[in-house]
Design a protein around this ligand. Structure first.
Ligand code: FAD
Length: 393
């Protein structure tokens, strides 16, 4: 049997979305050719987010992109973006992925927090926070989850008490991504303990250097310190740092979580790149002729292709002015999580011991968190059952 199997894994999704974005694509492609260096690509490929050693190189790259208007093309031009339409955002994501260019270091800030500041923030807040966030000069985290409030976020208990021109915050958050690097936190707290639980929540922009804030990093099974626990003891925050209206934090949270729809396209593009890397690393291995392995390979390949088509169909619908599907986020999240884990396990069976160390070993350990991050698998299955299939609660 031929063990040197050639499989073309380039999952090309051919759509009409490219219409009219040739100039945009050419401009960004030329800019990448001129500016992206192998050192930057290497720092991104090393993984581990903002681990020491990588942070300055990734931050400098972030500034280069931001100053040229390429860090967040979806943002309005007045805040440093290009007001890119969905087809342009997709072209940008494809070129970023294909070139191995890392995105903005403020992943959560740029995609989730900034749109909320743009939507419900004051002019002063927009002027103060958006530019440093886009350049990566100030890093942001999002403080939602608590030890007893995760899927049921509205049960959160960290509180803020009004005191003259300030609020005084007490409580604990957990699983705070980027927490140990963060300069600012978009923090959700209870401001009215007597109101129904969704109604007594407010959102604050909290300077992490304020006295009373303690950050305790947590090490994950992948070896990274990507999360932290946050403790707030009598932390005084000015009233001007309230984002949106008092007791309307739930609306801010929903705004925050619903933005950057084209971002779902990133999920299949990242997977596609990794499948291509796996195929390169596995070339010529005996396992490549094992029919069970080949079957699993095709299953991962097909899932990635299906994710690409599903995303593209959704983006085309949004581009045509239709309402986004209420279940799209859950479908994308679930498919991403299942495919991440299938790919990680396949790499181990294809590469043997090599699949358990280095970048594939890290990939295997990291893939487990996708069951939980961004809404757990069970919660997403519930949403699909109720809102997609119309099943009873
Ligand atoms: C990589 C990663 C990054 C994260 N980053 C952040 C961050 O930056 N900021 C932040 O605030 N949080 C963050 N989180 C936390 C994340 O949002 C929570 O872990 C998530 O919401 C689940 O909450 P929980 O861990 O409290 O689990 P729980 O909600 O307690 O769930 C425990 C188990 O019960 C199941 N379950 C819960 N409710 C139901 C239900 N109604 N029906 C069926 N099953 C149910 C869940 O699926 C899960 O299996 C992050 C998590 C991960 C893994």
């Amino acid at each position: 049997m031929n063990t040197d199997v050639e499989v073309n894994t380039d999952v090309e999704v051919n759509t009409d979305l490219d219409d009219g974005v040739g100039a945009f694509r050419a401009e960004f492609s030329a800019w990448l050719d001129d500016n992206l260096t192998p050192a930057v690509v290497e720092a991104a490929a090393a993984g581990g987010g903002l681990e020491e050693g990588n942070i300055e190189i990734l931050r400098n790259w972030n500034r280069t992109m931001a100053d040229a208007g390429w860090a967040a093309p979806a943002w309005p031009t007045e805040y440093g973006g290009r007001a890119a339409n969905i087809a342009e955002q997709l072209a940008w994501l494809e070129l970023m992925s294909a070139s191995g260019a890392p995105g903005a270091i403020n992943v959560i800030g740029v995609s989730n927090i900034a749109p909320a500041i743009m939507a419900v923030g004051t002019d002063e807040q927009r002027q103060r926070y958006l530019r440093p966030m886009l350049r990566g000069d100030e890093i942001w985290s999002q403080g939602m989850s608590e030890p007893d409030a995760g899927s049921d976020l509205a049960s959160l208990r960290t509180s803020a008490r009004e005191d003259g021109d300030t609020f005084v915050i007490n409580g604990q958050k957990t699983w705070n991504s980027l927490g140990r690097h963060a300069d600012w936190c978009q923090l959700y707290v209870r401001t009215d303990p007597d109101a129904p639980k969704h109604k007594g929540i407010s959102c604050f922009l909290v300077d992490m250097k304020t006295p009373g804030v303690e950050v305790r990093p947590l090490r994950t099974m992948a070896g990274d310190l990507t999360f932290s626990e946050l403790f707030f003891t009598d932390v005084v925050v000015p009233k001007s740092n309230l984002l949106g209206q008092l007791n309307e934090g739930w609306k801010v949270a929903m705004t925050t979580l619903s933005y950057e729809r084209a971002g779902v396209a990133k999920l299949h593009l990242n997977l596609r790149e990794r499948l291509n890397h796996l195929m390169d690393d596995a070339k010529g291995r005996p396992a490549m002729s094992d029919p069970v392995i080949r079957d699993r390979l095709m299953s991962v390949y097909s899932r990635i292709a299906t994710m690409g088509w599903t995303t593209t169909r959704e983006l085309q619908a949004i581009g045509a002015g239709r309402q986004p599907s209420p279940t799209m986020g859950s479908i994308a999240k679930l498919m991403w999580s299942l495919t991440e884990q299938a790919l990680a396990e396949l790499a181990v069976d294809l590469l043997g011991l090599e699949g358990l160390s280095g970048r594939w070993g890290k990939n295997l350990a990291s893939s487990r968190q996708t069951t939980i991050a961004g809404g757990t698998t069970e919660i997403n299955r519930n949403i699909l059952a109720e809102h997609g299939l119309g099943l009873p609660r």
